[in-house]
Design a protein around this ligand. Structure first.
Ligand code: ADP
Ligand code: AMP
Length: 214
């Protein structure tokens, strides 16, 4: 099963993608996580990506596409994968399609998690990320047992630089302009499935399992 997650930043793509990956036994591939890992390790890719991420802009396609095309050809993707945060432009959608066609494959399902902009602002302001393992929480909707400390690894939690309100506004504008057109792109291919992302996390997950038939 080859699944991609669509939806605004903060719609809940990562939250759901992790659960789907576990349930279906396929890897969760998040380009945002890959960039953040590179920033943490101080690589050249991380240095370049950070310039764009901190401004709420997309990392250019030429830095993004090759790494995804390489990643989806690794052995652990033999039974499928779930892409979270990629594609984010029509060009990225085309590159993915060309790569999959070359492998005799295609996207089976584009899950679009729909959440209005007002709720996105609230979600991003409350999102907290672990500096150690990257786990994501929310101060109201998914709190940790001890405030500010990751349940999974015990490291401290931070508000991501790009989750600050002024950057969130920019990221939302970029989403509507550059990423949302992918809804039509995947609808035209008959694989777009919309999910009401304003429901509780468990309810959203239930709807997704129904769509995937797993
Ligand atoms: P994305 O990967 O789309 O940017 P996340 O999965 O990181 O979004 O979710 C953004 C924030 O909203 C996180 O703090 C997460 O805990 C919270 N969240 C995710 N899904 C829901 C939901 N259905 N209801 C309330 N909060 C949610
Ligand atoms: P995310 O964790 O998915 O919200 O991504 C965080 C940031 O990483 C985004 O705001 C972009 O700057 C960058 N990024 C992640 N995925 C992509 C992508 N597919 N194309 C361009 N930039 C991306």
């Amino acid at each position: 099963m080859k699944i991609i997650m669509l939806g605004a930043p903060g719609a809940g793509k990562g939250t759901q993608a992790k659960m789907i990956a576990e349930k279906c036994g396929i890897p969760h591939i998040s380009t945002g996580d890959i960039f953040r890992a590179n920033i943490k390790q101080g690589t050249e890719l991380g240095r370049k990506a950070k310039e764009f991420m901190d401004k709420g802009l997309l990392v250019p396609d030429e830095l993004t596409c090759d790494l995804v095309v390489d990643r989806i050809q690794k052995d652990d993707c033999a039974n499928g994968f779930i892409l979270d945060g990629f594609p984010r432009t029509i060009r990225q959608g085309e590159v993915l399609e060309e790569a999959l066609t070359g492998l005799g494959q295609k996207v089976d399902c584009a899950l679009d998690i729909v959440v209005p902009d007002e709720s996105i602002i609230e979600r991003m302001a409350g999102r907290r990320a672990c500096v150690g393992c990257g786990a994501t929480y929310h101060i109201v909707f998914a709190p940790t047992k001890t405030e500010g400390i990751c349940d999974k690894c015990g490291e401290k939690l931070i508000l991501r630089d790009d989750d600050k309100p002024e950057t969130v506004q920019r990221r939302l504008a970029v989403y509507h302009e550059q990423t949302q057109p992918l809804e039509d792109f995947y609808a035209a291919r008959g694989v777009l499935k919309e999910v009401d992302g304003t429901q509780t996390m468990d309810k959203v997950f239930g709807d997704i399992l129904g769509i995937l038939g797993v």
